[in-house]
Design a protein around this ligand. Structure first.
Ligand code: COA
Length: 502
């Protein structure tokens, strides 16, 4: 048996090995594709290239559904080749962003736990092809995913056909790290039987009827490494304030000494916050999150985190080498689940998570914009932040207090786009400090947020707005004609500071 066959244990399937070009030729204009991949992990390495090449001579458009953002430049290539009709539920590529914002194709910015449920309900179009990266295929046709699970189980269940890319660069040691569980349709559903992060409730792979597997391609390429930048002074300050808040909660007896399971969002700020826990006194922590970034591996290595549940490993090049060449060291301390389970409201509420997510900006009453720059232009998407924020025990949002060299205040009178309403936001943290909003009325919130979280160069401006708005009264005082003036000033004059009174 050749090396490729040792990764396909079902003899009948060996005959279905094809080239990426052949598999790409099966895709027709108007189809819906469900691709593996979650935040640069476990995405496809061959078929996207083949699709783009085919489009050069045979133009077509497809709906592209994934777990989250993709690596390997797939979103960039798809956007440049103009093969997208509709993209969901998340992306993080500058070229794709440009196509979304100039209206070249449709983007559905979706809570990450919702896609599987919508496929089950028949709300989204049927998936014509699920195209999934795998470590191997077992005798009974079970597909072992690689570095992410994402929506792959749901795509496989709902697709007419499945194409598998077996990636020989992904270590076989990954087998056993996944826990695949799909809830029954609504109305027939039992409680999801997960009551602590380290439990396993499902299968080790994606169980499919082998007849659905139409083609298999072999690849040999690692995931593209994560792009998070190292912590800087501001993100370290954010981490410091966040940890001060958590310590105070423990002191007041509201949280146990080892806290409760933690979730952290994507990006450099979120990564830095988790890294801050390394230097804290907290021990025996647990992570129940989606993306397991470098900082989670560091916390496992330092013995600070006992167990981490996620739905992808999104790691830098060095961390990938370290983790995948010593996977036995991590095997019993990590699990990868479908995003429907990692982000499930039922489990998040049951476990009582602390969720830490990032904001583009926040307003003086605690509404959060995580997605739209200037209120109109898509950045990345809401991702899992809404799944977590609304359902967690403590929904925390972090951001730097200023952006673009101080020309933008991240605390504004009114956010021009709302992803997380004031009702879902418990605590906000910037490099200036934290504001605990729980139990506070809008007028109390505004004073606290301005004092504790706004950058000093914008505090007076914010106070002036709030005091003037108070004169008009209301539960949530505003001057509607002025509420978005800061954004308008930035757009026309390049800075929000233009409004400072002389
Ligand atoms: N107005 C305009 N631009 C802003 C801004 C604001 N108020 N605040 C930040 N930005 C810009 C930054 O200048 C930077 O721009 P650049 O790429 O041109 O340098 C960019 O946004 C990223 O900001 P940065 O401070 O580097 O933070 P980040 O890498 O942590 O990203 C988010 C922050 C909010 C964009 C990102 O975390 C995100 O998309 N979050 C939403 C999804 C989510 O929470 N997912 C979690 C579960 S998947």
């Amino acid at each position: 048996m050749g090396i490729e066959n040792s990764r396909i244990l079902n003899e009948d399937l060996i005959e279905r090995i094809v080239t990426a070009e052949t598999a790409a030729s099966w895709i027709r204009d108007g189809m819906t594709l469900g691709l593996s991949g979650f935040t640069r992990a476990g995405d496809l390495k061959a078929i996207p290239d083949a699709l783009v090449k085919r489009a050069e001579t045979d133009p077509f458009k497809v709906n592209v559904f994934t777990g989250a953002s993709l690596g390997s430049d797939i979103d960039r290539m798809f956007a440049e080749a103009d093969i997208i009709n509709k993209r969901l539920p998340f992306q993080a590529d500058p070229r794709m962003r440009q196509g979304i914002n100039d209206g070249s194709f449709h983007f559905v910015d979706q809570h990450l736990s919702h896609t599987s449920e919508m496929l089950r309900q028949g709300v989204l179009p049927e998936v014509d092809y699920a195209i999934l990266e795998a470590v191997s295929i077992k005798e009974d046709g079970t597909i072992i995913p690689t570095t992410s699970v994402g929506n792959s189980l749901a795509f496989a269940m709902h697709a007419e056909h499945i194409i598998v890319e077996i990636n020989e660069a992904q270590p076989e040691a990954l087998e056993g790290v996944h826990d695949l569980y799909a809830p029954a349709p609504q109305g027939q559903r039992e409680p999801i039987p997960l009551v602590s992060p380290e439990e396993r409730i499902g299968a080790e792979g994606i169980q499919v009827d082998p007849a659905k597997i139409k083609g298999i391609i072999f690849t040999n390429q690692l995931d593209s490494p994560s792009t998070v930048t190292p912590p800087d002074a501001e993100t370290r300050d954010i981490a410091g304030h966040l940890i001060d808040f958590l310590k105070e909660e423990v002191r007041l007896g509201r949280l146990p000494e080892n806290l409760v399971p933690l979730q952290s969002g994507i990006g450099s700020v979120a990564n830095a916050v988790f890294r801050g826990l390394l230097d804290s006194d907290f021990e025996h922590l647990q992570v129940y999150s989606e993306v397991l970034q470098d900082s989670v591996i560091d916390l496992l290595d330092a013995g600070k985190v006992d167990f981490a549940s996620g739905c992808s490993f999104t790691l830098s090049e060095d961390k990938m080498k370290q983790v995948f060449s010593n996977f036995e060291d991590y095997r019993d301390r990590v699990v990868l689940r479908p995003q429907e389970i990692s982000n499930h409201p039922e489990i998040i509420r049951r476990l009582g998570l602390i969720s830490i997510n990032t904001a583009v900006e926040m307003d003086i009453y605690g509404n959060v914009n995580s997605t739209h720059v200037g209120g109109t232009k898509m950045m990345n998407g809401i991702g899992g932040s809404g799944d977590f924020a609304r359902n967690s025990r403590l929904g925390m949002f972090v951001t730097k207090s200023i952006a673009k060299d101080g020309d933008i205040s991240s605390i504004v009178p009114f956010v021009p786009h709302v992803d997380h309403t004031e009702h879902d936001v418990d605590v906000i943290v910037t490099d200036q400090g934290y504001a605990d909003l729980r139990g506070l009325a809008p007028r109390e919130r505004a004073r606290l947020i301005i004092e504790r979280c706004a950058h000093p160069s914008y505090r007076e401006q914010l106070h002036d707005y709030f005091e003037a708005a108070l004169e008009r009264g209301g539960q949530t005082p505003h001057m509607l004609e002025e509420a978005l003036a800061w954004h308008r000033e930035f757009e026309t004059n390049g800075t929000m500071k233009k409004l400072v009174k002389s």
